[in-house]
Design a protein around this ligand. Structure first.
Ligand SMILES: *Cc1c(COP(=O)(O)O)cnc(C)c1O
Length: 394
């Protein structure tokens, strides 16, 4: 893969400004903005786009996205506070299992626009805390649907036993609590069953079942709800980025579905993480050493999975590009395993990769490193220095 010119230039600047071997995250903010703008423009009417901040809560990333999204999804009290500080005017929605009373309370203080309630216990806690504050909490009930065909993907949060959401059988008792508690107001239902979805047709079928279930449940329980949250989970194909989730085609299909099942004034809300921010990030490691071990070549880069856990978390070979320095090649047309500085054989970013040319001092630039990357990494392991952080501006 060839790197965008702006990324190449930023890398050269970083290298020129640093004596020590380079280790850095680079975020391409104009590319991020262009991407989210295009996503937005493709969406049918009556649809909303929230950013699931847990994918990458970097302040500059949030501020770049803010004008183009309807708000941010937080999955903890920490994220809520961070989002509130960084983007005080953005609507916030609050999900995740095991919410603390204290977190529910600060969410009320920040006036979040929806609580994604994951259990009846949580619903009762929210009623009590909102009651104490004398306010009404906007509630979305998260449901773990039983579908005729279980969703297929590498990361499934529903359609099977999971800690997330309520079973459909639990809906009646949740609705009973909602009827009894004047401090709660039901706004809608929430479904997020999977991540890493690459198959547009399968996802449209899933959305179809969400729409049908939403209608059916509203009918069965005599509800009139303004909102249906259909989650996120659009996937990135790390081995072939061009084969990632086809958002424009999905949006066309979605428009077809909404024509087929008119939702009136009901709004369809997406909360997407990975698919929004993955492509804007790059993780750069300078090669410190190249060695042969029992017949296999290893390149040891500055940094490792303690900065960039994505390949270890996904169990995949992460895509990368070599930016050559000025040393003659030590490796030519050979397979090399790319590792970091940690004293564990698990510190591998890509195994046995074909490399045209490589020498010490070259840079390994890992692409698609903008989501579930730095912030999911065990940064304190071995007490190495953190990577530099650099941004490409508009
Ligand atoms: C993580 C998460 C998302 C975002 O998932 P992506 O795969 O990053 O799009 C959305 N909703 C919920 C409830 C989540 O837990």
């Amino acid at each position: 893969m060839t790197l965008p010119v702006a990324v190449r230039q930023r890398i050269e600047q970083l290298k020129a400004g640093h004596e020590a071997p380079l280790c850095a995250y680079i975020y391409d903010l104009p590319a991020l903005e262009q991407h989210v703008k295009a996503m937005r423009q493709a969406m049918p009417e009556n649809c909303e786009l929230f950013y699931a901040a847990k994918a990458n809560p970097e302040a500059r990333v949030l501020k770049t996205l803010a004008p183009w999204v309807d708000g941010f999804e937080a999955a903890s009290g920490g994220e809520l506070t961070w989002l509130h500080e960084q983007c005080p005017d953005q609507p916030l929605i609050f999900g995740g299992p095991g919410k603390l009373d204290h977190e529910l309370d600060i969410a009320l203080q920040y006036q979040v626009s929806a609580f994604h309630v994951e259990s009846v216990t949580e619903l009762r806690s929210l009623a009590r805390i909102a009651g104490k504050r004398g306010v009404q909490a906007p509630v979305m009930l998260r449901l773990n649907l039983k579908l005729a065909r279980a969703p297929q993907s590498r990361l499934v949060m529903g359609g099977k036993p999971t800690p997330f959401g309520l079973d459909e059988e639990g809906l009646a008792s949740a609705l009973q609590v909602l009827r009894e508690e004047p401090s709660l107001e039901l706004k809608g239902l929430h479904f997020h069953l999977l991540s890493h979805q690459l198959d547009v047709d399968a996802h449209l079928e899933l959305i179809r079942s969400y729409l049908l279930t939403f209608r059916q449940l509203c009918r069965d329980h005599g509800l009139q709800l303004p909102l249906l949250n259909v989650g996120g989970g659009m996937g990135i194909n790390y081995q072939d980025a061009a084969q990632s989730f086809d958002w424009p085609r999905f949006c066309l299909g979605l428009k077809g579905l909404l024509d087929e099942y008119p939702m009136g004034a009901i709004r369809i809300r997406f909360e997407i993480g990975r698919f929004i921010s993955a492509a804007c990030g790059y993780y750069v490691m300078q090669v410190l050493d190249i060695k042969s071990s029992h017949g296999e070549l290893f390149a040891i880069g500055r940094g490792g999975t303690h900065h960039f856990r994505t390949p270890a978390a996904q169990g995949h070979d992460h895509p990368f590009t070599v930016v050559r320095g000025n040393q003659p090649a030590q490796v030519s047309d050979q397979r090399v395993t790319l590792v970091g500085q940690l004293c564990t054989p698990k510190d591998v970013l890509a195994r046995q990769q074909p490399v045209a040319q490589l020498a010490m001092g070259d840079l390994l630039v890992f692409t698609l490193a903008g989501a579930y990357a730095w912030n999911i990494s065990h940064q304190n392991f071995l007490m190495h220095e953190p990577p530099l952080k650099a941004f490409i501006e508009g």
